[in-house]
Design a binder for this molecule. Structure first.
Ligand SMILES: [Zn+2]
Length: 82
């Protein structure tokens, strides 16, 4: 089941709710008792997208970056270890 994130436009309270797609969006803020809750665009989806992008970038960068890390292993960047 997807997790939806809500933010109260009145008091700024945030909450996450596990709901079915068919459930009505929440409206009542448990903090200030108004019906000012606003459903945020799926934060989980954003997080996954961001992670995937970074992970891909990191992996492609780490293959070429490992040689840079190796140069450090030779003591090139820390002569004091010699
Ligand atoms: Zn509120």
């Amino acid at each position: 089941m997807p997790i939806y994130e809500y933010e109260c436009t009145d008091c700024g309270h945030k909450l996450e709710a596990i709901q079915k797609m068919s459930d009505d969006p929440l409206k009542d803020c448990p903090e200030c008792d108004t019906d000012s809750l606003k459903k945020l665009v799926s934060a989980a989806g954003f997080r996954l997208k961001g992670t995937g992008w970074y992970e891909t970038d990191f992996k492609s960068g780490s293959s070429s970056g490992s040689s840079a890390g190796g140069s450090c292993g030779t003591g090139g960047c820390c002569p004091a270890a010699e």
